[in-house]
Design a protein around this ligand. Structure first.
Ligand SMILES: Cc1cc2nc3c(=O)[nH]c(=O)nc-3n(C[C@H](O)[C@H](O)[C@H](O)COP(=O)(O)OP(=O)(O)OC[C@H]3O[C@@H](n4cnc5c(N)ncnc54)[C@H](O)[C@@H]3O)c2cc1C
Length: 478
């Protein structure tokens, strides 16, 4: 699909509603507001559609591990049922958009399976089944013959897979056609309250907006500590390659050691396979993580064609954060914490946020309220994660943390600044500042991808210091 570039903002401008971030959440919100009487615009720091949303497994499913019994345990049955309804509605919305606008995004009906290798988890599956039954969702207890060593599995058949980038770019094209203001290469640098609204500063212009919606994946313009208190970041390694046949199925394990896969058929049959995930900051031997993922995937693929990494924000209570950021701040909105289910929740964010900025009611406003109280059952996760963030930050400043670098990386002070030096195969030294501009975490070198990665919040930089992924807004060039 032709991707028409959008201009960079180079002037001071006024709008009623500003959306920051052009991933699935941001573009879906823009799409829902395309006929609004308010003046709405969207800015994206890079190119629309090429953030976290471009590196997923692209499942559009409501069977998300064993999330419903988890929500019932953390909250109650009403919350579990409402979340289920919201996910089904989001899937329906994509299906309708694809049909109504003839969007070519490889949307394909696909069975979803949750499975386990561990017999002791069967009671949790039975709880999940009870919730599906209560909500009149047809499911099957899967014959596990096709899945090696599987102890138990449930399957539903009214779910989909798609190509998120093609979908996002199609929405972008429709938005451009109706004259919606989209800006690319336009990075929001600061957000400050001004009069009744906000002033957002970009590199070459500023935007005065009555309402601001932050869809930047990591919502870093918000209250410091807001997200670390409610979430942690999880990194996964993905491997893809050709297979003999598309089995028209996607699956995920219920257990802590996640295995997730889906078949995909752009022109040839592919399998996307994930077998390795960890909390950001926990396991920094990137080369080992990539290699383990490749070894796990090998038996299922004809050959390895692609490997990459991605990360998502996981909330402690398993519910995304979508809506008004604070009670006393009615014009600032966020959408984040999708728990690796941002295809449905990104689309859903579009509907919820557009309703809120248009002053309409939305049935899910309370469910996803970002300033909701802490659920009692999630307190344990909260304590563990706060300790984890503190430990990661502290360790990122210790030299022995870098022991797995062998000879290719040095960390040392140059002109009083902590620097990282990557020595490439030709012996060339690539020197960068080794602290993340976001919150000054010590950076670690990703020996597989050859990037500097922040172990605390996921910012990434090239070996020469250009920022390729936020939350950092700045480079680490020396
Ligand atoms: C391994 C893995 C597999 C996954 N698979 C699935 C799946 O199969 N199904 C599913 O439902 N979900 C899946 N997810 C989750 C899903 O990918 C994410 O939740 C979702 O893509 C997040 O969308 P987003 O719009 O919030 O973020 P993004 O797509 O990252 O969009 C945010 C945008 O904001 C821009 N931005 C950032 N800062 C600024 C700034 N200062 N100014 C302007 N723009 C800015 C970024 O450049 C980016 O384009 C998966 C996640 C992972 C990690």
């Amino acid at each position: 699909m032709k991707n028409t570039p959008c201009p960079k903002l180079k002037q001071n401008i006024y709008c009623d509603v500003l959306i920051i971030g052009g991933g699935l959440a941001g573009i879906s919100t823009a799409f829902e507001l395309r006929n609004s009487k308010q003046k709405v615009m969207l800015i994206e720091r890079n190119k629309i559609g090429f953030g976290v949303s471009s590196r997923t497994t692209g499942k559009l499913t409501y069977l998300q591990g064993l999330v419903y019994q988890e929500l019932e345990k953390t909250f109650n049955s009403k919350v579990a049922d409402l979340y289920l309804r919201s996910q089904k509605e989001a899937i329906q919305k994509v299906v309708e958009n694809v049909k109504n606008y003839a969007i070519d995004c490889d949307l394909e009906k696909n069975h979803s399976i949750t499975f386990t290798y561990d017999k002791s988890e069967i009671p949790y599956f039975q709880k999940e089944e009870a919730i599906l039954k209560r909500n009149h969702i047809p499911y099957q207890i899967k014959n596990t013959n096709g899945l090696e060593q599987v102890a138990y599995a449930i399957e539903v058949d009214d779910t989909y897979v798609f190509h998120p980038v093609k979908y996002i770019l199609a929405l972008k094209k429709i938005l451009l056609k109706v004259g919606f203001s989209l800006y690319e290469n336009t990075k929001a640098l600061t957000l400050a309250k001004q009069d009744e609204g906000y002033l957002v500063q970009t590199e070459e212009g500023s935007i005065k907006a009555k309402k601001v919606i932050i869809c930047t994946h990591y919502p870093y313009f918000t209250i410091p500590g807001f997200l670390p208190l409610r979430s942690h970041i999880e990194r996964s390694y993905l491997v893809a390659g050709k297979v003999d046949q598309n089995q028209k199925v996607n699956a995920i394990t219920s257990s802590k050691k996640t295995v997730s896969f889906r078949y995909h058929q752009p022109k040839e049959d592919y399998l996307l396979y994930v077998s390795h995930s960890h909390k950001l900051g926990n396991d920094l031997d990137y080369k080992r993580n990539y290699n383990l993922s490749i070894e796990d995937a090998k038996p299922y693929l004809k050959e390895i064609d692609y490997v990459w990494q991605n990360h998502d924000i996981m909330t402690e209570d398993h519910l995304p954060l979508i809506g008004r950021l604070q009670k006393n701040n009615p014009n600032l909105f966020i959408a984040t914490g999708f728990n690796t289910w941002g295809m449905t929740n990104g689309v859903l964010s579009g509907k919820i946020l557009s309703d809120l900025v248009e002053g309409k009611e939305n049935p899910y406003e309370q469910l996803f309220l970002p300033y909701r109280g802490f659920a009692w059952n999630a307190i344990k996760n909260f304590t563990v994660d706060t300790a984890h963030s503190t430990k990661t930050y502290a360790l990122s400043h210790l030299k022995n943390y870098y022991s797995f670098y062998l000879d290719e990386v040095e960390i040392k002070k140059i002109e009083g600044k902590k620097c990282g030096i990557y020595i490439d195969e030709d012996g060339k030294h690539h020197i960068v500042k080794a602290l993340c501009p976001h919150l000054k975490c010590g950076l670690t070198f990703n020996t597989f991808a050859k990037t500097w990665d922040c172990p605390c919040h996921g910012s990434r930089f090239t070996m020469d210091g250009d920022c390729i992924e936020g939350p950092s807004l700045y480079s680490i060039k020396f």
